[in-house]
Design a protein around this ligand. Structure first.
Ligand code: CP
Length: 299
């Protein structure tokens, strides 16, 4: 039994094992291997896809689900600490899926919990289950994870999904282009990670025509909830908007990913393009999360 707090908790072999198991679940999602198990979902921040796909994954595997989608309905609102909440829920559940607004909360929870913790996103830090479904989607659409050019665009400062994805792609010889306004640049720690591991990257501030050579265009939402200064958010909130015509010179094999939800960064006319893959990407999350829960429980 093991927690998944950061994508770097998994080796390359473990990542590939998850992707292969997810492919099996995609062929047959209804397998009652978790009969008698209880999965807790503790969401201290809003979610649609992550919570519902984890809960669907647990349901399709025959587990039962407890938890909350709004921490104001839990005893956190009375002042209970995260430590005590995790202690309590460890008494009831076999695995805890937790989203929290504080960076490092999932690591802390894994240190005080008696059952595995699956990080469903901690602040601007990590979102490892999203990364595994991103890898699954990339492999499924490109036929490989190796030697790809990946453009990441939008809020690269607060976007936890791009931070986790950089760390995971380290195994697969990627070339990155980080496209962001200067206020939302990729943080230095992730660029240092690239330097240390010989990963090629470049940075630019313009979106149009800067992904024509890309295999993957990974769009992200400007994360309003992370801004301390809302005036700054107002200045950058509509900085990029991808439209169908902007795909004219892109590769036929380009696929557009987005962890969702989107706001204005992908116009609806892009949805009709065969290069738009974000809704299938979210669907892949179900199979990948079935594999993650199974692994956390040592099954
Ligand atoms: N991608 C993602 O984390 O979506 P939700 O916030 O809806 O869970």
């Amino acid at each position: 039994m093991s927690s998944l707090v950061s994508i770097s908790d998994y080796t390359r072999d473990e990542i590939m094992e998850i992707l292969d198991r997810a492919a099996e679940f995609e062929k047959n999602p209804n397998q009652r291997t978790l009969e008698g198990k209880v999965v807790a979902t503790l969401f201290f921040e809003p979610s649609t896809r992550t919570r519902l796909s984890f809960e669907t994954a647990a349901n399709r595997l025959g587990a039962r689900i407890i938890g909350f989608s709004d921490a104001s309905t839990s005893s956190t609102s009375k002042g209970e600490t995260l430590h005590d909440t995790i202690q309590m829920v460890s008494n009831y559940a076999d695995v805890i899926v937790m989203r929290h607004y504080i960076e490092g909360a999932a690591r802390y929870a894994s240190e005080v919990s008696r059952v595995p913790i699956i990080n469903a996103g901690d602040g601007a830090n990590q979102h490892p289950s999203q990364t595994l479904l991103d890898l699954y989607s990339i492999r499924k659409t490109q036929g490989t994870l190796n030697d790809l050019t990946i453009c990441m665009a939008g809020d690269l400062k607060f976007g936890r999904t791009v931070h986790s994805l950089i760390q995971a792609m380290y195994y697969f010889n990627p070339t990155f282009r980080f496209i962001a306004p200067k206020e939302l640049r990729m943080p230095d720690e992730y660029k240092l990670f690239c330097h240390r591991h010989g990963i090629r990257y470049e940075e630019c501030t313009e979106l149009d025509a800067h992904f024509d050579d890309a295999d993957i265009l990974y769009m992200t939402r400007i994360q309003k909830e992370r801004f301390l200064d809302l005036d700054e958010y107002e200045r950058v909130k509509d900085v990029y908007s991808l439209h169908l015509r902007m795909l004219d010179h892109s590769k036929d094999t380009l696929r557009i990913l987005h962890p969702l939800p989107r706001v204005n960064e992908i116009a609806q006319d892009v949805d009709q393009s065969p290069k738009a893959y974000y809704f299938q990407q979210a669907q892949n999350g179900l199979y990948v999360r079935q594999a993650i829960i199974s692994k956390a429980l040592g099954l």
